[in-house]
Design a protein around this ligand. Structure first.
Ligand SMILES: [Zn+2]
Length: 323
């Protein structure tokens, strides 16, 4: 499982890392880890460190005590995919998620949608939604794989990860707004515009130099809660446009919207409280920690929403708009 390295060497290496700029997209420069013997180790012998040994930028969850990779070059970050460390579940949960949504995209376009006589628009909406999910999964897996490379890489990949979350949220809104306001194209287009503007604003806020600091954790959470929570407004509007809770379509789909928000809240509780490792520090370092639950719940929520989208799409095919 790797050997423990010299704490001071690890921390000193990081202090020589140049300052970070968000538009700097290089991946493997700015670190001199190859001068510190890390490039010489084989993937079977990648050193793993304890929390008190790792540099500040990798710290954030003191209840995950061991299993950290530090200052790995790009190639070893990739090879550590097959090394059991405290990011293994985080990486693979979203790599597998990426594969699942890729498979669903191919299956939907080649088999499911042609079988139900769907329109080109149906294909576009389903494909875009699933591409958003895949993008989110890939960005997240990339962050967890490469953040250990250097402080600059960790901040760049955090920006990529957070952008992926915004795009994943768009992937949730896209089919929902399209099929919910199917017969009310003015409202549909207006909500699309608002959601895109909100998402772009969320991504632009990342340009603020303090956005990725530990001190801005709660602001980051608030921004993403707002982006997700905004969905309540079109939902309430949609309920009123459809005649309230007595309508069949509202009774069918409001519980699904509520379930989605429950998924979101449970995931957020894990993310913020750092449960269960907070209760038993060191017991969930490799498997069962809060961030892993957060990842798995996000995949489950996207899957649930995809299948809910299929149902509302089928409903629309059987209940065309009254002209
Ligand atoms: Zn993550």
């Amino acid at each position: 499982m790797g050997r423990l390295g010299n704490t001071e060497n690890v921390k000193n290496r990081q202090q020589r890392t140049p300052s970070y700029h968000i538009l700097d997209i290089e991946i493997d420069h700015g670190i001199d880890s190859c001068n510190s013997n890390v490039c010489d180790v084989s993937e079977r012998d990648i050193p793993l460190y304890k929390y008190h040994e790792i540099p500040d930028f990798l710290q954030g969850n003191p209840y995950v005590i061991k299993g950290y990779r530090v200052s790995l070059p790009f190639s070893l970050c990739l090879k550590s995919l097959f090394l059991w460390n405290n990011e293994t579940i985080n990486i693979w949960s979203h790599l597998i998620g990426f594969m699942i949504f890729g498979f669903l995209m191919v299956y939907a376009n080649l088999i499911l949608l042609p079988a139900s006589v769907s329109s080109i628009t149906d294909h576009v909406i389903v494909t875009l939604g699933l591409l958003c999910y895949q993008f989110c999964m890939l960005c997240s897996a990339g962050f967890h794989m490469f953040a250990c490379h250097s402080e600059r890489a960790s901040k760049r990949w955090l920006a990529v990860d957070l952008t992926g979350i915004s795009i994943g949220v768009i992937g949730c809104y896209l089919p929902a707004v399209h099929y919910a306001f199917y017969c009310l194209s003015v409202w549909r287009d207006l909500y699309f515009i608002i959601i895109v503007v909100l998402t772009v604003m969320t991504i632009v806020v990342q340009l603020h130099p303090r956005f990725f600091s530990h001190g801005w954790f709660k602001y980051r959470i608030f921004i993403y809660m707002f982006l997700v929570g905004y969905g309540v407004i079109p939902t309430i509007h949609w309920i009123s446009l459809n005649g309230g809770f007595s309508s069949a379509i509202v009774q069918l789909f409001v519980p699904k919207v509520a379930t989605m928000y429950i998924f979101g809240m449970v995931a957020l509780v894990f993310y913020v409280t750092k449960f269960p490792e907070r209760v038993l520090p060191g017991s969930f370092d490799f498997i069962g920690s809060s961030h892993q639950w957060w990842h798995v719940i996000v995949v489950a929520a996207f899957l649930y929403w995809y299948f809910a989208g299929q149902e509302i799409q089928t409903y629309r095919q059987h209940h065309p708009c009254h002209v």
